[in-house]
Design a binder for this molecule. Sequence first.
Ligand SMILES: Cc1cc2nc3c(=O)[nH]c(=O)nc-3n(C[C@H](O)[C@H](O)[C@H](O)COP(=O)(O)OP(=O)(O)OC[C@H]3O[C@@H](n4cnc5c(N)ncnc54)[C@H](O)[C@@H]3O)c2cc1C
Length: 428
Amino acid sequence: MLLTQDPDATFPARADVVVIGGGVVGVTAALFLARAGVSVVLVEKGRVAAEQSSRNWGWIRKQGRDPIELPLMIESEREWKSIAAPIAKEIRMAVVGTTYLAMDDAEFAARRDWVESARGFQLDCKVLGSAETDALLGRDDRRFKGAIHTASDMTAEPGLAVPALGRLAREAGAIVIEGCAARGVEHSGGRVSHVVTERGPIACDSVILGGGAWSRTFLENMGIFIPQLGVRSTVLRTTPGPEIHPGGLGATSASLRRRGDGGYTIGRTHAARFDLIPAAFRHFRAYIPQMKLRWNTMQLRAGTEFFGDLGHGRWSLDQESPFERTRVLDPGPNTALARNMLTSAKALHPQLGNIQIAGTWAGMIDVTPDELPIIDEMPGCAGLWVATGLSGHGFGIGPGVGRVVAELATGRNPIVDTAPFALSRFAT
Ligand SMILES: Cc1cc2nc3c(=O)[nH]c(=O)nc-3n(C[C@H](O)[C@H](O)[C@H](O)COP(=O)(O)OP(=O)(O)OC[C@H]3O[C@@H](n4cnc5c(N)ncnc54)[C@H](O)[C@@H]3O)c2cc1C
């Protein structure tokens, strides 16, 4: 769906806030700003939600999150329920629960440890024994050691949800311009003055960069370095099959979400390809702990596409930028992995019967070393707010991030303390 303003409309010369990037962070930030009466222009180099925000699994979950992120996620869930209420049916948003299965004692203990770590948040997560897990899934073979289950978690169809939120932002008064890359930010006296786009400059008081996997490249051109790398992740959707769980059903070898069309979206956590690009070497040390944890499931490849080319060189703001050369980051899926994930899903859940692959795709996940977002004002450039690095679980938390960064960019107190997401945590 194109959200672009009328092509004959005059290009805006000024806004209170310019938002760069039309993913879930950018569109929800624009929506909150517009509803607060702030004049806001969102520029998107390609199409709204054409990158991670439409390619994800569609889980809106509290379960399994780092406790540091839980206050923001709890707020984000409230935002989903409030801002998306009028479009809930259209985007297939529903409270359908998340369940993480455990195959053995060690996995069960790790799942229970998470429940313990989240106890202070008074969530409705429950530990289920083997028989209770079977009862939930309508089977009776004691295949699983147990599970953890959070009934209040939700899902939505990402490819419908984020464009619809973009439409709400526009209806609220935000100017949303697709096919318009921001090349950089100009500042004077240490404060942002303009966003320079391929269609001309927009004067502004504040900028919100929600550039997903491109944020690092954008900032490096300004001499600002953030640790953020791209990890390519493959997903498949299936033909319709019987319902074995209405929401998100996670297991190490295959995780499923029931789709509105009766099929499943299937992926495998951490089965991702990490592209070794120049920035990977620059930030390598920071990522070593993460790599040790994921070593068995991660593939390392010399990455020459997309970021490979972006890792080199700088551009000036009157030149074509990398963002104009790649309007939509569309990495190829690993089809062998997709077939393997479907086989694993069927082995775990024989009730799925003979469902087949109906489509595959991949997304480039932007990951920080601690897998938590960066939400902060950039050093030396007052008024430039960055909300990025949502590290593979930003669909659920996106509206919360959009809200707090909108509040910060307009000088208000954020509804959730963002100190844990400061860039300075990587200083050492
Ligand atoms: C396979 C996969 C599965 C996932 N599953 C889940 C899940 O189930 N639950 C969950 O919570 N999260 C999930 N995620 C993560 C989630 O999708 C992301 O964290 C979230 O969508 C990130 O949103 P964003 O707005 O930060 O970035 P994006 O959605 O990537 O949007 C960034 C946008 O900025 C634009 N842009 C960049 N630079 C410029 C520029 N210079 N000028 C103009 N525009 C620019 C890009 O074109 C892009 O549209 C998954 C991700 C993937 C890839």
